[in-house]
Ligand binder design. Structure first.
Ligand code: GRF
Length: 202
């Protein structure tokens, strides 16, 4: 399966995918990495790999749809079969999502449907939650509302700050995301109504 990875920043989830492919834990190929931010550290992570990195900036387009069309065109050029959002800080419009429905994954640093949107770790702390975690899900037209693929919990400790909680969650993200992508690549994810079933390995 050919992946198209959309990033905006640090790129540690991109790194975990690169590492999983390198270690042959994930049978996939990265066709292209697209960033909306020319400064994204994520783009540096593919230097030295034979992976195209493309920057498509929102400010170069008047209409959001033209920006998204440029992304969709780039994904098509590289024959992308699964779009992986890895810290991509923009909300995709229904226009884009309809084009790729069921083929876009995201990772979110909370146990959805708790704490959607920005600053999920801070939301969990402020709420006083005793557990949080991360969620890999397919994208639908809402914000962090699509069918859930995998989740894993981590404890929230009394002494936690946003940084320590984020780090504990991130550690789990780096295991969960390559695993979820691998399930998709192996044809083991089956969505019925909004429930994702994981098929047994054959
Ligand atoms: C992660 O916490 C992810 O859950 C969220 O954005 C962050 C991206 O981090 N969607 P990185 O760029 O992969 O390091």
């Amino acid at each position: 399966i050919i992946l198209g990875i959309l990033v905006s920043g640090r790129g540690s989830n991109l790194q975990s995918i690169l590492d999983a492919i390198h270690a042959e834990r994930l049978n996939a190929k990265i066709g292209v990495v697209i960033s909306d931010n020319p400064e994204a550290n994520a783009l540096k992570r593919i230097a030295g790999f034979d992976i195209p990195g493309v920057c498509i900036e929102r400010k170069n387009f008047t209409a959001k749809q033209d920006f998204e069309k440029a992304i969709a065109d780039e994904l098509n050029i590289h024959h992308v079969e699964l779009v992986v959002l890895a810290g991509f800080m923009r909300i995709l419009s229904p226009y884009f999502i309809q084009r790729c429905f069921g083929k876009i994954m995201n990772i979110h640093p909370s146990l959805l449907p708790a704490f959607p949107g920005l600053d999920a770790q801070q939301q969990a702390l402020q709420y006083g939650a005793k557990v949080s975690g991360c969620t890999v899900h397919f994208i639908d037209q809402g914000i962090d509302t699509g069918p859930i693929i995998l989740q894993e919990a981590v404890p929230v400790l009394e002494e936690d700050t946003v940084e320590t909680l984020a780090e504990r969650i991130l550690h789990v993200e780096h295991i969960l995301y390559p695993r979820a992508i691998g399930l998709y690549c192996d044809g083991r994810l089956c969505t019925e109504n909004r429930r994702v079933r994981i098929l047994q390995e054959v």
